[in-house]
Design a protein around this ligand. Sequence first.
Ligand SMILES: C[S@@+](CC[C@H](N)C(=O)[O-])C[C@H]1O[C@@H](n2cnc3c(N)ncnc32)[C@H](O)[C@@H]1O
Length: 449
Amino acid sequence: MTRLTLFLPCAGGVEDFLADEVHGLTGLMGEDLLTVRGGVRVRGDWALALRLNLHSRLAQRVLVELAHAPYADEHDLYRLAAGVSWEDWFTPHQSFRVDITAQGSPLRSLNFATLRVKDAVADRFRERAGGVRPSIDTQRPDVRVSAHLSASHATLYIDTSGEPLFKRGWRQDKGDAPLKETLAAAMLAASGWWQPAERRVASVPLYDPCCGSGTIVIEAAQLALGLPPGGQRHFAFERLKPFDAQQWNAIKNEAIGALFTGAEGQNGLKSAVQIFGSDVAHRMVDFAQRNAERAGVAHAVQLRGGDALQRMPPTAQPGVLLMNPPYGERIAAAGVAGQGGRGREAFQSGTLARQRTGTTHAASASAHAAAEVNAGDEFFTRLAAHWKSHYAGWTAWLLTPDLKLPGRLRLKESRRVPLWNGPIECRLFRFDLTARRADFKPDQPLGQD
Ligand SMILES: C[S@@+](CC[C@H](N)C(=O)[O-])C[C@H]1O[C@@H](n2cnc3c(N)ncnc32)[C@H](O)[C@@H]1O
């Protein structure tokens, strides 16, 4: 197949890491690899699209650009879509859906724009295939067409990924606030533990003390072992016309072969790096363990139960703490700070007050929220004290939407990296942990392992 322009969308803040990753995977640079807002644009062939689906941890999808032109209204969109050779990509016996995203578009209704693109694709098939046209299936389409509208230009794509790439296939057990796998990988890149341009991971231990369903540690372990993120799932390209099963098997076999011959795979499927996770909720640790087994990394991660405020460093060698700590009501801090601490008392006294006076729902909600804030403050104050006592020499990276987190920890961050968790603007804060002052006395003895 001829040269293609591919667009790989990613979460906001991840563009440069994704460009590094694509460069590391392909060697592309310059005009063949452009970083743009919201993703990277890559020039390459069909095989490259398959390889990027299999190997990219940071891209949300791999899209093939099929048309790009100025537009003013829905008629222009119809004409643009009607001019694309959709018949080169799929048959009228397959189903499809159209998705449109827009930024600064003058169009009033994106629904109507979507309808016009759908009509153009269907009409083109009907004219060329004796009246047969592909059906629409919004739930499980064979083919996804997407369009992006800027203020002046429309771009049409065919999607080679299908389900978004953060769905790796191994996470079937998850808690209330799981991190997307792509964002966990972005945290690993932003912390420098994973260097995507060099295809290397650092040789220091990694520890997530609030690991939940294990997303960060499992992504890290797959990287350390050289396992491709897409090795356990299917892709939309398998249903597109250019798909050649032999070519795809060769690409997958090449990835498996690299496991045993490449830099990361010199020890077969053993990792030289130590990766640890723990969570106060034993149910979460079970989830993480099962996910790690499905991801093929159970032998490369050590998962345990325990309160982050009490767990001692898992190795003598200082390493990297990487986590998205509990935040907000849905995932309030548990353990010693959440249950026995002042936060809980504040919540209980709020509850009692409500019972006595019959305060309104709004008052009760605000008492609850205040209690959560207190519990959160308690958790972070104690976490910082625990780290200062026991984690000197470690580097901690915390992802949070709470811009006041350094104040709550009473630590000064040495870096802050903006990252978007879907629509939520977050920061990945870095703290360099040093020993605490000798005169500091903890409120109560901290548990040891
Ligand atoms: C935002 S979630 C982390 C999600 C995780 N990254 C994932 O992908 O599933 C926060 C986690 O912190 C845990 N947690 C809350 N308080 C804790 C504590 N005191 N010690 C350890 N873990 C705690 C919760 O059980 C929850 O799993």
